[in-house]
Design a protein. Structure first.
Length: 202
C-alpha cells in the first residue's frame, strides 16, 4: 500500500477550496442575501437564502485545520472567506427560517382569500424584494439605496432580517385569525361565501 502523502492531500484540498471560492465570489456569495430559484417539487419560483451550504462546510473544515495548527499553511483568501462565512451564517439561518415560514403559511391561503391577507403579503414581498435586485410592480417604497447586500453593514443586515421575520410573523398571525373566523378552512376555497362576507366587512 502506497504511503499516504499528507502534504499532497492538503495541497489538493486547498486547491479545491480556492476553486470553489472563486466560483462563489463570481456569482452569489458576494451579492444579495436572497435568490429566486425554481422549486423542483412544484416547478414554481421561490425565494431562498443565498448562502451555499458548502460555505458552512468549508468554514468548519478550516476551523478544524486551524485548531490542528495548520493556519500558516492555509491561504489568506481561504481564511478570509471562512471568516466572512462565519459572520454571515447567523443572518443566513434567520433568513432561511423566515422564508420557510413564509412559504409554509403562504400555502395555507387559497386564492379566493388572498384579499384578506393582502396587506401582510405585500409587506413581506416588499421586504424580500429589498434582498435581491428586483423592484416589484406594486412597490412604491423600495429605493435603490435601500437594497440589502451581503456586504451591507451588520446593522443594516440585522435590521432588515428583523423586519423580514416580523412581517412573516404578522402574516402568520393574520392567517391564524382568519382560520378561526372561517372555522379552520383557510386552506381551501370551500368558504367563499364566508370570505365574501368578511371582505365586505373589511
Amino acid at each position: 500500500m502506497a504511503k499516504l502523502d499528507a502534504k499532497a492531500f492538503f495541497r489538493n484540498r486547498v486547491t479545491a477550496w480556492e476553486k470553489e471560492l472563486t466560483i462563489q465570489a463570481s456569482s452569489r456569495l458576494n451579492s444579495y442575501p436572497i435568490v429566486v430559484e425554481k422549486d423542483v417539487r412544484t416547478n414554481e419560483l421561490v425565494a431562498t437564502v443565498n448562502f451555499p451550504e458548502k460555505s458552512e462546510t468549508l468554514a468548519k473544515e478550516i476551523r478544524q485545520l486551524v485548531w490542528l495548527g495548520f493556519e500558516k499553511e492555509i491561504p489568506r483568501s481561504v481564511l478570509a472567506a471562512c471568516e466572512e462565512a462565519k459572520q454571515r451564517y447567523p443572518f443566513a439561518i434567520a433568513i432561511k427560517t423566515a422564508l420557510r415560514s413564509y412559504q409554509s403559511v403562504r400555502g395555507l391561503v387559497a386564492p379566493s382569500l388572498e384579499p384578506l391577507v393582502l396587506p401582510q403579503l405585500l409587506d413581506v414581498r416588499e421586504i424580500i424584494s429589498e434582498g435581491f435586485e428586483v423592484k416589484l410592480d406594486t412597490s412604491k417604497k423600495v429605493a435603490k439605496k435601500r437594497r440589502i447586500r451581503w456586504d451591507s453593514s451588520s446593522e443594516e443586515l440585522s435590521s432588515w432580517v428583523t423586519r423580514l421575520s416580523d412581517s412573516v410573523t404578522k402574516l402568520e398571525e393574520r392567517v391564524e385569525e382568519l382560520s378561526r373566523m372561517l372555522g379552520g378552512a383557510v386552506i381551501t376555497d370551500a368558504t367563499r361565501e364566508n370570505a365574501r362576507e368578511l371582505l365586505a366587512a373589511t
